[in-house]
Design a protein around this ligand. Structure first.
Ligand SMILES: Cc1cc2nc3c(=O)[nH]c(=O)nc-3n(C[C@H](O)[C@H](O)[C@H](O)COP(=O)(O)OP(=O)(O)OC[C@H]3O[C@@H](n4cnc5c(N)ncnc54)[C@H](O)[C@@H]3O)c2cc1C
Length: 402
């Protein structure tokens, strides 16, 4: 069916050209079909261009960042609480999935906002990271007048230091709390977000884009690879593989002749990437263009949220909620990334199983991420330069001739 469609289009275009733009008759098609049947050779597609090597060396590290994921074993807290005459809608605790789930999670929080019926449609959002800013923009789209109150705003917040890939089930809850009810909520959030991100492709600055990546392994993919700091963490449910199989491209196994990497097992995947600098600027600009206002303010406790003029307040303080509310359910999971000088010619990411190495080809640099033992429950955001350099050296070993 597709081939017929292609031939019809090709015959149509050729006839249109030969007649100086006069539309072709369907009669041109049998000739094209005859040529195909007669085995006339067709020109080949262009070969894929070779992969450019990553220039991995410690002197090319231009940024070294550490931030903490706001993890909750029971998943994000999205619920309303009455504080005096105010309604505070808590919206925090998105683990390693905050950017990925932001639009769908905002949709859930806005259901609670609608039920609280803000006076004159005025809404306060506390926090200006991935969750606060996206919630604010989504609220504007829903017709609310929004003011963001925050101690810091993007790019000076934790969200800015994320890796920037579609990872909707990364440290989103533990297996124990992945109840059918939670899974339904998670799936709804992930699907809404995925759909919204597809509307943000192809924009100037490429805030969102799809990129290829290569999964490398020293042992067959169906065998455990060992290594990696995640072994010390709780069990996380594999929601994406089970509930989102129908969205997004699948990984394919490559033969040794199909890749240049010095490892025996390789798969190619395709992944949605968030270029966080361009994307957060876009969200900030969208918010301001729609009349949104910012106010720099730090809150010391829950009661202070009830001093705001707006009677409905969405609390998007991320890891900050732990101190603000004394909520020990928010657990820090430390993560360090190093960024190498941008290489526009490197359009692929890498995952090296068992070596705890992960790279993302962002527009602002090649992001190199590694999970280390002791990251879970660790609030320390002091960069570890030696660990970053060791990771870059490991990356360099994949490009022996570069
Ligand atoms: C290394 C690493 C890699 C990651 N990679 C990815 C990824 O690839 N994809 C993905 O989807 N997610 C990823 N994440 C997770 C993601 O970054 C988080 O889930 C997300 O940043 C949480 O956003 P947030 O808005 O809740 O928190 P934050 O970004 O911390 O924002 C909180 C906001 O609240 C404000 N605030 C806090 N306390 C107060 C207070 N008392 N008074 C006033 N304001 C306050 C802050 O100033 C800030 O504006 C990663 C996280 C880490 C650490």
């Amino acid at each position: 069916m597709q081939r017929r469609h292609f031939l019809r289009s090709a015959g149509f275009a050729a006839a249109a050209l030969s007649s100086g733009g006069i539309l072709a008759r369907e009669g041109a098609l049998p000739a094209a079909n005859d040529a195909l049947a007669a085995g006339v050779p067709k020109p080949p597609f262009a070969p894929l261009p070779p992969l450019a090597p990553i220039r991995a060396s410690a002197d090319r590290i231009v940024a070294l960042d550490v931030c903490t994921r706001p993890f909750r074993a029971q998943g994000p807290r999205i619920e309303a609480e009455r504080v005096g005459r105010h309604t505070v809608i808590h919206h925090y605790g998105h683990g390693g999935s905050g950017w990925s789930l932001s639009w769908g999670s905002a949709e859930q929080a806005l259901r609670l906002v609608a039920a609280a019926r803000p006076r004159r449609g005025e809404l306060a959002v506390v926090g200006c990271g991935a969750i606060g800013l996206t919630t604010a923009v989504a609220a504007q789209r829903a017709g609310y007048r929004v003011r963001i109150y925050a101690k810091e705003r993007l790019p000076d917040v934790r969200s800015f230091l994320a890796t920037g890939v579609w990872s909707p089930s990364s440290r989103i809850c533990t297996t124990r709390f992945a109840t059918p009810e939670f899974e339904r909520l998670w799936e709804a959030m992930a699907r809404t977000s995925f759909h919204t991100y597809q509307t943000l492709l192809g924009l100037p600055g490429e805030p969102i884009e799809w990129r290829d990546g290569y999964s490398l392994s020293d042992v067959p993919f169906n065998q455990p690879s060992g290594g990696g700091g995640e072994d010390e963490e709780p069990d996380y449910p594999h929601l994406e593989g089970r509930l989102l199989r129908d969205i997004g491209p699948r990984a394919v196994a490559l033969a040794p002749s199909q890749h240049p990497f010095p490892v025996p097992y390789v798969r190619r995947y395709t992944q949605m990437t968030f270029n966080i600098s361009a994307y957060s600027r876009m969200l900030m600009a969208d918010f301001e263009r729609a009349g949104g206002r910012f106010e720099t303010r730090a809150f010391g406790n829950l009661r202070e949220l009830a001093d705001l003029d707006e009677r409905v307040v969405v609390n998007c303080t991320g890891y900050g909620a732990r101190a603000l509310l004394g909520d020990d359910s928010v657990i820090p999971v430390r993560g360090q990334t190093a960024r190498l000088v941008p290489q526009p010619e490197v359009t692929y990411g890498l995952t090296w199983r068992g070596h705890n190495l992960y790279t993302v080809p962002r527009r602002d640099g090649i992001l190199v991420q590694a999970q280390a033992p002791g990251d879970f429950g660790n609030p320390d955001t002091t960069p570890d330069r030696a660990a970053a350099e060791a990771m870059v050296a490991r990356l360099a070993s994949l490009f022996p001739q570069a």
